[in-house]
Each structure stands twice: as C-alpha cells, then as structure tokens.
Design a protein. Sequence first.
Length: 198
Amino acid sequence: MVVNGKQSGEDFYLSCLYKPDILKGLDWNLVQNKVTPVITNEEPGEDYFLVRPLQLDDYEKGYLQLLSQLTTVGDITKDDFEARFLKMQKAGCYFVTVIEDIRHSKIIGSATLVTELKFIHTCGHRARLEDVVVNNTYRGKQLGKLIVLTVTLLAKKLGCYKMSLDCKDQLIPFYKSLGYALEPGNANTMMLRYESKL
C-alpha cells in the first residue's frame, strides 16, 4: 500500500530481499583498522550513498548492468528478475547487499552473502562471499572495502562460523587487507563448469 507517496512498512519489508534492520549495529570495532578514513554501512562517507538490502525495484536502478561489469549476466527480463528475487527471498539464506547513489537512483556496488546450514560445528552456519562489484566510475572511494566488510560483519552477526570466497589472483592482496587469508594446504579452488564437456 502506498500512502502519501511512500510504501507502508509491510510493503517496504516485502520489497527487500531481507529485513534491513539486521544491518543496524554491525560491530565495526572488529575492523576499524581496515578502512581509513573510517566508513561504515550506516556512515558510508557520502550522504548520497545508501547501503541496504537488494530491493525489487533495483532492476530499474541498474543492478544487472552493475553485475555485467563482473561477469556475464544474460538477457534477464523484469519478470525473470522478480521471480528469482522472490525465490531468493523465500529461501532466507541470500543477503544481497547493495550501495545506491540516491542522487541518481543507481546501484553502484554489490556483494552477496550466502549462508549454508551445516551439521558440522554443532549444526552451524557457513558463509560464502560472492559477486562483489563496484561500478567502475565509483572506484577509489573505498566502496569495495565497505561492501565486503559490511557483509563480512553481517555473516558474523548471523552466527556463521566462517566465511569463504573465491577470487582472481590479482584480488588476493585486496581480500588479505580485509582479514581474509589463504589457508596453507587448503587454498585450492576446484570446479566443474556444466557448459563444458564432461
């Protein structure tokens, strides 16, 4: 329901991939030496940057165009986007977090946190960091650090026992600067891409 040009509380929450309240009160003291000057998801350095969950209307705000700076996206219609969004929302384990430049209603940064339920670690939760991208024209403002640290701290707040990621070799120093480490004897990534021949 729209009242005075604004969504009602319930409609707003339904339009978000996850409840935005869980981004409040992240413990930035844990990473205070990782970003200089200090920025947080609640104080992102410019008053026109907004860090928040992915929303249904981000299709119109260039979310898929941003992802295309990272990898192949494909031809995704608005209906396709909404169907996938609703499946991810229902699953409850996807925390796609974006940075919006509210001056232009444009998504300029994004990272995906995926949580996985495990039997190990006393039925623990494991986290994966995926699809990290900042718009080329906004680089140099520490937004990559901001979005990665935001979802890293969110994973900790959600009770995950570890967070892992895959990255290109040239990005290893960036992730190391944020506290991630290659584990000796356990730093291999293997995959099988189904578009290739088995």
